[in-house]
Design a protein around this ligand. Structure first.
Ligand SMILES: Cc1cc2nc3c(=O)[nH]c(=O)nc-3n(C[C@H](O)[C@H](O)[C@H](O)COP(=O)(O)OP(=O)(O)OC[C@H]3O[C@@H](n4cnc5c(N)ncnc54)[C@H](O)[C@@H]3O)c2cc1C
Length: 323
């Protein structure tokens, strides 16, 4: 991998989740020289439990799907695709058609274009039990995991649209849903709040905070505190959904325009405000955060990158040298 790196890649893909993997496969199949820089291959898909909504598989675990993504990707390694896994991109600079991606391990790579597919990271509470029981009843994606809580009691921590969305999905299947909200009132779209609070299964505990998630092999309850009275209690639940929002993983990117949620703004082709930089998947402002959506965006963006490059003169020769 370190040998014979092109002086400049046709495209650098940042992030090896569903979006980045698909973008890498599509661009390399367009005969482009592609570098994939990622912390992990698989991204959030690898963290998912049972995935029941990816076409072609009635059900596949997130780990298996990520393994299959990896296998597909590896078919192209050294055939136009260079993969650097376990690296973190810390800085992106330059301009069309010569961008520079720097990594935490001191690497520096040039690309004529860049596809940012770095996804997003859930904001977490940082309370005891949360990390230990993640995937064992602690979850961050109600759309994905709600069906596993049929006729069970669940808690949602949060009070905004993410929490309300989760409550709306969960009240369709769960026996009871309790929303643990730190403020006086829920904060979200009127209609969503009405739909959620009118459900007889949903109970809202305003002015409460979660202190600890309890359980050994699986979640058994959540300890909460009334912020006004200080009274503490344990609510027995099988699932705790942490729905306090998501952060797009863009700390390395000071170049592109973001919306008020920090998502990279893109047009219908995945192009950002900076010519030559594209963004696909959960990191951008396209509505819907799902594996199949991210993969679709990766494909579309890659095709657009190939078209973009066909119209731009090559800035340097792509002679090979030892990297
Ligand atoms: C627990 C859970 C369950 C889910 N279940 C489902 C489900 O059942 N069905 C479904 O369709 N969707 C599900 N989702 C949502 C789905 O996984 C995501 O929408 C999708 O995987 C997003 O893909 P992505 O490629 O855009 O981003 P990600 O999967 O987030 O991938 C981003 C990649 O970028 C890398 N990266 C980030 N920053 C850097 C950096 N600075 N340098 C280098 N690399 C970086 C990360 O390591 C990661 O590999 C679930 C999500 C979670 C968290």
């Amino acid at each position: 991998m370190e040998q014979n790196l092109p002086e400049i890649f046709d495209t650098i893909v940042i992030g090896g989740g569903a979006a980045g993997i698909t973008a890498a496969i599509y661009t390399v199949r367009k005969n482009l020289k592609v570098l994939l820089l990622t912390k992990i291959i698989g991204g959030q898909a690898a963290l998912s439990g049972d995935v029941e909504n990816y076409p072609g598989f009635t059900m596949i675990t997130g780990a298996d799907l990520a393994r299959k993504f990896r296998e597909d990707l590896m078919n192209f390694e050294n055939k136009g695709l260079w993969i650097k896994e376990g690296v973190e991109v810390t800085d992106l600079s330059g301009a069309d058609p010569d961008f520079i991606a720097k990594t935490a391990d001191g690497g520096q790579y040039h690309g004529r274009t860049v596809i940012i597919a770095s996804g997003r990271i859930p904001k977490m509470l940082g309370i005891p039990g949360e990390k230990e029981l993640f995937g064992k009843g602690v979850a961050t994606c109600a759309t994905c995991d709600a069906p596993f809580y049929k006729d069970k009691d669940v808690a949602i921590v949060g009070g905004g649209n993410s929490a309300l969305d989760a409550a709306f999905s969960l009240q369709k299947v769960a026996r009871t849903v309790v929303i643990i909200n730190t403020t006086d009132t829920l904060r979200g779209d009127e209609i969503l709040m009405k739909n959620v609070t009118s459900s007889p299964k949903v109970k809202v505990l305003n002015n409460h905070e979660a202190l600890e998630i309890l359980g050994d092999q699986a979640v058994g309850g959540v300890k909460i505190k009334n912020r006004q009275t200080g009274h503490q209690q344990v609510i027995p639940v099988s699932g705790v959904f942490v729905e306090i929002g998501w952060t797009p993983a863009t700390s390395f990117d000071k170049l592109t325009n973001k919306n008020d949620k920090g998502e990279i703004e893109v047009d219908e082709y995945g192009a950002t405000s900076v010519p030559g930089i594209y963004a696909a998947g959960d990191v951008n402002d396209v509505w819907g955060e799902q594996i199949v959506i991210a993969a679709g965006e990766g494909a579309k963006t890659a095709l657009r990158v190939a078209e973009h490059l066909s119209k731009v003169p090559h800035p340097k020769t792509s002679n090979l040298h030892d990297g």
